[in-house]
Design a protein around this ligand. Structure first.
Ligand code: SF4
Ligand code: SF4
Length: 458
């Protein structure tokens, strides 16, 4: 087996053992869901329901006329109790539709249709109508990504799941192989791509085997095994590894004739086309040494992470009182017990966002909830750069994170941008390898924010 990869990056401990062999299960519904109207790249949606309205699962509750946006749907049957700003996983607050869940609802049924008869425009319309976004974390609207201004000759399905701990894409590749392949074919049809590539890291041999078994005889589809290296699943590194094409700085995959989609997104595309099913639920991984029952669970969008954690056995070592929801004052305990939990992260450990509150809702891009005990968390102040160049040696974008960090730290944001801050995709490797614990990703984010504000003010 020939295994491919890209230059630089890092070999990380996998930590997949907690949940990689745990089949996908479905958790019960919470008492209420909190559905942010802006959980995607692009323009926010505005509510098309009002307080007091009864809604059904899959009903559109938010929309926008902007091209770069994604519709939002109710994830449960219930009653809208509030439309107001609520805490969001990246910090701050986002206008959200709060729905009191009807306890007597059934699993919704969706009519089947013949996807072979769908035209390209009908496929794209189904994707847009379903509110599908990139579910690997970026949450870029899929109907926009599938409208490239240039010819595409390959669709790459990203089955790397290269961040440690996460296993939901792995389980979907094994358990939903047919839906995944059909979704990939629909995506290829939309962009007229003659070739489909599944890029999968070799620590998922059962996924590689399942895909190979299903594509036997299909000459335009192949599975390319990839080295287990971070960030193998990042678009530019994935394209380099699988097709040996370089996406230049400032350019996008379509500039080299490629569209990349994540596993969960391809499955959502299939479900939208086959069943007209909106994106109102997703599979995520709950894991970490502080999770009582790690696994891969199907969760309705808007479910508070406290409910997901409770449904998955709570915090490891917690008494039931510590884990149970506090219904007397707030619907969920606002903070996790500090003697048991060092950190909770939404997403992967390299690019995810640390959370303090348990009433933060799962959104379309939430791939995982990681729970770490205090022993797993190293929390120390950052120091000056010691010029070891480890960050330069490992940066997959060939940047100079050391200079970006120093310039941003001292307020020289234009210089930080000149040294490549805008090309950084925030993989976190420079922070991981830095002996001085320098928060370079935070420096990069501040630089991007300042540069964008300066451009907007012109
Ligand atoms: S500078 Fe950006 S792209 Fe390079 S290692 Fe750091 S976070 Fe990753
Ligand atoms: S890894 Fe840290 S200490 Fe070393 S050069 Fe980069 S920023 Fe400086």
């Amino acid at each position: 087996m020939t295994v491919k990869t890209f230059n630089r990056g890092v070999f990380l401990p996998h930590y997949k053992k907690y949940s990689e062999d745990k089949p996908i299960t479905t958790i019960s519904l919470p008492e209420e869901v909190i559905i942010p109207l802006h959980q995607h790249t692009g323009a926010p949606c505005h509510a098309v329901v009002k307080v007091g309205d009864k809604v059904k699962t899959g009903q559109k509750i938010g929309e926008s006329n902007a091209f770069v946006s994604a519709y939002i749907h109710a994830s449960v049957d219930g009653t809208v109790t509030a439309i107001e700003p609520r805490p969001y996983f990246t910090g701050g607050q986002v206008e959200s539709v709060v729905i009191q869940v009807d306890p007597d609802q059934k699993e919704p049924e969706w009519p089947e249709r013949d996807i072979a008869k769908l035209s390209k425009d009908e496929i794209k319309a189904a994707i847009k109508e379903a509110g599908i976004v990139g579910m690997g974390g970026a949450a870029f609207p899929t109907h926009v990504k599938l409208s490239p201004p240039k010819a595409i000759d390959a669709v790459i399905i990203n089955g790397c799941e290269c961040e440690p701990f996460l296993t939901c894409d792995h389980r979907m590749m094994v358990e939903m192989t047919d839906e995944l392949i059909e979704g990939a074919k629909l995506i290829a049809r939309v962009v007229d791509a003659p070739r489909i590539i599944f890029g999968v890291e070799t620590n998922k041999p059962d996924a590689i085997e399942a895909l190979n078994a299903k594509i036997a005889g299909e000459s335009n589809i192949e599975v390319i095994p990839l080295d287990v290296k971070y960030p193998q699943g990042s678009e530019k590194q994935l394209i380099k590894a699988t097709m040996d094409r370089e996406v230049p700085p400032g350019k996008l995959p379509f500039d080299v004739g490629v569209v990349v989609q994540n596993v969960a997104t391809a499955i959502a595309v299939y479900q939208a086309c086959r069943f007209e099913k909106p994106l109102y639920e997703r599979v995520l991984t709950i894991t970490g040494d502080g999770a009582a029952k790690p696994g891969n669970v199907k969760v309705r969008i808007g479910t508070p992470i406290g409910h997901v954690i409770e449904q998955c056995g709570g915090f490891k070592g917690a008494s039931i009182e510590e884990t149970e929801l506090d219904k007397s004052e707030v619907r969920y305990p606002v903070f996790a017990p500090p003697h048991l939990v060092g950190k909770i992260i939404m997403g992967g450990p390299m690019t995810g966002w640390a959370q303090k509150r348990l009433d933060i809702p799962v959104v379309k891009g939430t791939s995982g909830i990681l729970i770490f005990t205090p022993a797993m968390v190293v929390d120390s102040a950052h120091m000056s750069c010691v010029r070891c160049a480890k960050c330069v040696e490992h940066c997959p974008m060939f940047l100079y994170p050391n200079y970006i960090g120093v310039y941003a730290e001292t307020g020289r944001y234009s210089l930080a941008a000149e040294w490549g801050a805008m090309d950084c995709f925030e993989c976190g490797i420079c922070v991981y390898v830095c002996p001085s614990n320098r928060p370079i990703v935070q420096f990069v984010r501040e630089t991007k924010r300042r540069i964008a504000a300066a451009r907007a003010a012109k």
